[in-house]
Design a protein around this ligand. Sequence first.
Ligand code: ZN
Length: 77
Amino acid sequence: MTHSVVAGADKKASDEAPEGTIWVCPACSKTNTHRTNNWDTSCATWAVLCRKDTLKYEDGVLVSAEAVNDEKSEIPW
Ligand SMILES: [Zn+2]
């Protein structure tokens, strides 16, 4: 009995934004530390994991952010 099953834990971890990152909804510019909790279903559908230090605000409104998976891709608003 040497099997170790970690699939469940991995799945849960992937919904939580890892340290230094945050989920961003490109449709309404909301941010969230969890991919599906505490915001609209449509936000969860469109959410993109971004690097926190790339979030740019103008007059308190989020205007751009860099996606984690592709450092060259900026989310256009
Ligand atoms: Zn949204």
